[in-house]
Write a new protein. Structure first.
Lengths: 218, 231, 218, 231
């Protein structure tokens, strides 16, 4: 994935973070989306280790040893932020107060299934908080390269890996396209600039329903 | 990063509550009861409400305003001992009352707030209160399943809030308020003092702002009922 | 019950409140036990509406409108006290952190059953927090007159009223005696001064196992 | 009324922990991990421990000291991704590891603290993590029953305490600490600052003193590991 394609993807995902949302961004690509959200957009960033109101990464030398995010990065607390225990933190997630989560994926399927925690044969290091984020956030977005490093599709008709959660994904953002999971299948919503429908279809392991007219680009 | 200002006009906040709504109301006796929100709810006047509150306050006070206005179909509560009016209406069949052991009521509300379906307990086993309840076998014994208790709205009373909706309660006025704030689809909080963002220590927040939808400022001079000192 | 008999009963119950205990005292007679606990005895008084560290009743005119106990009385918070929500308050009870509760009774049985919330035919005003206190405090004491106002025994072989909790009572304090619920039945532990074993047996609706030797008095 | 002084010598507090004990340890990464209590536990040396902690810290740090000393039979955790040593021991069969989804781990611990037998949830339905779990039908669907997770001891880290054992945590060092403090038969807290009775606002207490059994004072100069800023 080129850095410009990556930035386009991040910026596109950022456009779906709207004023007033409480959002949890997974480790890796999702965390980088925040840099593309408008500075004046009122968003509350949740991290599952017990904070609503993540400010950003701490400047080197300014770290507070008691203040990290779930990825282990030292962060600041934004004005209006709050701290709470792990039970309250996941109550917020499961109770429906998390408007959006953006997660990474090993595989994501046309039926919304997500696999992002274990690859059989490799030892799993655990499940962390991803299951509850995937299963209970009001909206779940997946950020991923459209294909793996061998060029194989990561968007499949059905996942082959053990699932993180069933039917949980609403939208998929990749370096090639934006797709929505609907009841009747996977819909192509937008194409990355310079990418053709044929190219996306070839790189996708599931039937892709394209709109009738021209396809918007991002 | 800025945060949303959840300050809402009292009338607009309460106008969302329609006939048949399930409404949780914080408070244990007087402390923590959102009298101003309740008064506006009476003025607004939806019918057939299900009210979930620890107690029915006292005659002429709080929940009793709703009862007297004929707005309540069902009351889920731990006791109504201080409100003879509620006892009379219950006995006359004018309201349905479901009694729930106080800690089980708290826990059922919390379970809804925590996005759980219910919990497993032995409280009430062998008593009237276990009758008709679903059971489950675990470790060779029989346990009761208590379902989560959710609501459309929660009305809560806070001592302090910031404009984003972080709430702090005072002393025993905390009681059911933080649990209900988490358990309802829409949480409306009244606050005695509203401070600017940054005015509440993040370590001292009792209800984090993401649980709060609307924040109503109380007048500096509270209604007399908040200060009742008699029993 | 004479006021001296009542005071002896309260003082006797108070002797079982020992240093370091967390204690919940029910409404009515039990609340009055506190006045008989030594002022230098470190005890933490819990009230189920959300406080550990009840100081005492507030002097008239000094009431804090936000600070009551579960009985609705205006109280003070003792140094070292804390406030919490109703879920934490009952977590403390059910989780085994309440060393002792003293409760009132309509009826109490030789098998430890307690009935103190509903009399069929009369309308019940609710259950409040008594069930969980009775069922889960590490020790449960009952304070009651030995007989009702008609002279009928309140201590029975089996309760006739709907139960608050089964087999929960450890010790019964009355104006006539102190009795312990054991696996083999109800044991007489102490007699009130001036009361005879025969009098207690006559006023008790259950078999009372008396010690072989002399019976201590209180 | 005076209150009990729960100040306890580090050695005496930890000496209670015997072979085969179930021990909960607070912390999420470095923040909130009671390194001083863990270090003393290693010195004391009980074997066949079951350790319950969100994560396994990092190599050469906290839980890893227990693993390296061969004191752990079983680890109940949400992930061990930052500790390659734990992964290696797990794969070599030197320790048993039970992975629990993070929020379910928190909730199972809380359920024990709340004196419940367990709770009912749909988290994990349709995934590997639901395999072998007890289920129950409610409202026409199948749900999982998650049992409460209790322990003999909880080791927690607080920023501040009073001598009675009221605890206050700092920022994200709160995490699992208050839940574990409620869930164990015996809770041992280490605190950076211990103040006199009355020195903590009753509204600001995170863990009420009745949940705490022993309070261990930390030296003014904390071990270096508390201040690790690297990842």
């Amino acid at each position: 994935m080129s850095s410009s394609a990556k930035n386009r993807m991040l910026a596109r995902a950022a456009r779906d973070i709207t004023p007033g949302m409480t959002v949890n961004l997974g480790i890796g690509l999702p965390t980088q989306v925040m840099a593309h959200v408008a500075a004046d957009c009122p968003v509350c960033l949740h991290s599952e280790n017990g904070i609503a109101g993540v400010g950003g990464l701490t400047a080197p030398g300014q770290e507070d040893r008691n203040l990290i995010d779930a990825g282990g990065g030292y962060i600041t607390c934004a004005p209006g932020g709050s701290f709470f225990d792990s039970a309250v933190s996941f109550a917020l997630v499961r109770g429906g107060r998390l408007d959006l989560t953006l997660l990474g994926a090993f595989e994501v399927a046309a039926n919304g299934d997500l696999a992002n925690w274990i690859i059989p044969g490799k030892s799993a290091a655990g499940v962390g908080g991803a299951i509850e984020l995937a299963q209970k956030a009001r909206r779940v977005g997946v950020l991923t390269t459209h294909t793996d490093k061998h060029g194989n599709p990561k968007i499949l008709d059905r996942c082959t890996l053990p699932l993180t959660a069933m039917g949980c994904v609403n939208r998929i953002y990749t370096d090639m396209a934006v797709c929505d999971v609907e009841h009747d299948g996977l819909h192509l919503i937008e194409l990355a600039e310079g990418v053709t429908l044929a190219e996306v279809r070839a790189a996708t392991g599931a039937l892709l329903i394209a709109p009738d007219g021209p396809i918007p680009t991002f | 990063m800025p945060v949303l200002d959840k300050s809402t006009d009292l009338t607009d906040a309460i106008a969302q509550i329609r006939d048949g709504a399930r409404v949780m109301i914080g408070g244990f006796g007087v402390p923590g009861t959102p009298f101003t929100l309740i008064e506006e709810l009476v003025r607004h006047g939806p019918k057939n409400l299900t009210i979930i509150k620890n107690d029915a306050n006292e005659p002429g006070m709080g929940v009793d305003w709703l009862l007297s206005a004929g707005m309540v179909r069902r009351l889920i509560t731990s006791h109504v001992g201080l409100n003879g009016n509620a006892v009379r209406m219950m006995n006359a069949g004018e309201i349905e009352v479901e009694f729930v052991a106080q800690g089980i009521l708290a826990e059922r509300i919390r379970a809804a707030g925590a996005g759980l379906k219910g919990f497993v307990t032995d409280i009430g086993i062998g008593t009237l209160l276990s009758e008709g309840k679903q059971t489950v076998e675990m470790d060779g014994a029989t346990w009761l399943i208590e379902p989560a208790l959710e609501a459309d709205f929660a009305l809560v009373h806070a001592a302090r809030a910031d404009t984003f909706g972080n709430l702090v309660y005072a002393a025993t006025a905390r009681n059911f308020n933080p649990l209900m704030a988490m358990a309802a689809n829409c949480t409306i909080a009244e606050a005695e003092t509203i401070v600017e963002i940054g005015g509440i220590d993040p370590d001292a927040v009792h209800t984090p702002a993401p649980f709060v939808d609307h924040l109503v400022a109380l007048p500096e001079q509270l209604m007399e009922v908040y200060g009742v000192v008699q029993r």
